[in-house]
Every structure is written in C-alpha cells, then in structure tokens.
Design a protein around this ligand. Sequence first.
Ligand SMILES: C[S@@+](CC[C@H](N)C(=O)[O-])C[C@H]1O[C@@H](n2cnc3c(N)ncnc32)[C@H](O)[C@@H]1O
Length: 371
Amino acid sequence: MTRRPQAGTATSTRSNPPERLRTLAQVYRHFGEVDAAATSPLYARVAVGLSESDAALRAIEAAPARKRHPTVILAALHDLALAGRAPALAAAYAAADGEAAAGAAIETLLRMTEAVVAIAVRRPARTGETGRCAVLYPAVAEAARRLGANAIGLIDVGCSAGLNLNVDRVGVTYGNGRSLGDPSSPVQLSSSVVGDRPIPARALPEVVARVGIDLYPLDVTDPDDARWLRACLAPDQPERVARLEAEMALAATAPPLLLRGDAVEVLPDALARVPADALPVVTTTWALPRFPLESRLRMLHRLDEAAVGRPVAWVSAEGVGVAPAIPTLGDRRASGHSIIGLAVFERSALRAEAVGRCWSRGRWLAWLADS
Ligand SMILES: C[S@@+](CC[C@H](N)C(=O)[O-])C[C@H]1O[C@@H](n2cnc3c(N)ncnc32)[C@H](O)[C@@H]1O
C-alpha cells in the first residue's frame, strides 16, 4: 500500500505517541545528534526530522524491526533519490539543504513507504567503507614472504563488493613517507603510522586469482548494485563518495569472481580456483562479527583441511578477539581498535600471529611483526 503524506505530518504533531514510537524516535534523534553529527550534517538533520514526525516513524515501522535502523532507512531513501524516483529529495541532497532534505525525506517515506521497505528488506546495509587495502597490503605481502610465494590467489570472505581484491592495484602512502603499491593507480589511500616499527616495504607478488565470497555479493558492474553502494554513503561526504567511485571504476576494469553463499560451504570451491602454483591468501576485514562463533571455527577448519595439500594463509583485520586463533596481545575486547592477524596453515600446522594493530578501520596502523 502506498501512503500519501498527510497535512501536518512533516513536523512534530504528536499528542501522546505510543512507547514503541518514542523509542524509535529516540534512536533516530540519537543517530542524528550523535552518530551523524560529526560526519554528515545532512543526515544529522534528516534523522532528527524523521524523529520528530510521528507519521514518518509509523512508516518506518512498516519495515521489519531489524530493518528500521537509520542507516538502512536513509540508504533506502538515498537509493530512491539516486534512481530518480525521489526528485525533491535528490535536489535537496544536491543542494546540501538539510531543512529541505528533512521535509523531502518525510514526504518520500510517506509517499513511497512500500518501496522504501522493499529496498530495506532486500538490501543488507553496507558500511560503504572502502580503503581497507592500506591494512591488507603489508600483511598480505608478509604472508607471501613467509611462504615463499611468487604468485598469490586472493579470496576475500564477507567481500561485499570485493574491493579488497584490488589490494595490489591501489597505491598506499603511510604517514612515515613509505609508499606501497601502484603510485599511478586512480585509487590512492593513506594511513598514519603509530609506533616505531616501519611498515615492511615488500611488494606483493603477482595476483593470479581474485575470488570474493558473500551471502549477498555486490557486483560493481551491475547498475543496481553500484547504486546501492553509493546509496550507503551519505550524500554530503564528497571524499568518501569520490574514493568509492574510484574503487568501483578500478574494480570494474577486472571484476573479481564473486561466489554467493555461506563462506564455510563455499570456501573449498574458492580455494580450488587458485592455481596450484599460487598461494591462496584468504582475507577477512571486519566481516567475522556477522559469523556465529561456530562458523568462524568451521572456517578455520576448512583452511586447515585445505592445507593438507598446499600451504594456505589467512590475513584478518578484525576487532580484538573476533578472529579465532589470532592473539589478542592482552588488549581488551571491544576496545575500539582492531588486530591485524596472519595465520599460516602449512602441512596441517597452524602458526597464528598478530602482526599489527589498527584504528578507524586502518586510518592508523601500528606494525608489530619482525619482517
Ligand atoms: C560488515 S560486512 C564487511 C564487509 C567488508 N569486508 C568490509 O571490510 O567492510 C560483513 C559481510 O559479511 C557477509 N556475510 C555475513 N555472513 C556471511 C557468511 N556466513 N558467509 C559469507 N558472507 C557472510 C555479509 O553479507 C557482509 O557483506
């Protein structure tokens, strides 16, 4: 059912909204005043606007409970704007006009409730974050060094759009002046270095296979998928938007093989796609919290099984204690930073090490390993 905007619904008209609506309003207000405040003035204003409209909150309630979060609903609205289906909202976003965007978001939500809910239900929200390669590059190169590999096959688990699979095709500059990767790549990333230990200067060997695994992989060459990736970013974050565009364009020049399915089930197939003379390097970046602990352990078991026939490496960038077998260095769980893990499976023996710490998904990086 498509709902039409009612007079007076775009502003606070509540007399005594039910408890559950008040809770939803608080979630949106908190998102606007705290989460989005520092990063997106537009989303801050829109979220607060939605929190003040009972009609908008009721429309959001048409979505299943786990799909009512502001990141999901704002991305769904943004998707409609980018698709040309919500022109007033698109115009307000283009003008970076928070007041107009809040009004247009409410109007769109009421007019197109069904469409917003359908997108929210169909599409898992993405972080939209890119740039993980600043963390991955030195760790994957270290994996290749330790196993003496002259060629590697990358397998990214929980790959989303598979942007990590271009780790060898980007350029990275570290705060200490060191650069890795391709200085002429259209994708240039940067990371500040924490601590005294230098980031290893070793280049990656040739990448001969790129395989992504996800329950819901996104194909950057598919216009709907590409639009959804864009929709998951706030419209007033030009640097992030530009970086995503560059990374998508780079990925589109040599799209990876995307395997849809549960990682534990699909991993053997992915490993089989890596030529015998290349080292399979499995990567996970901030993906494992979505996996039940049992699945994480089964994934480890799969890698162990594969290592009967050939060495396999696993590079992880995950919160403290999230990646099984990777040391936590005594750091507290949920302390805000992440551990860069390197696990080497060779003849069914596992050597797992924490080779670094990183903050803000790799914007700061401390290298720890001897290399
Ligand atoms: C938080 S996202 C991380 C995406 C990306 N690696 C990054 O650095 O932003 C987690 C991803 O894991 C995928 N995922 C969750 N459970 C999975 C499973 N059992 N098998 C494969 N992928 C899964 C989700 O679909 C999602 O794309």
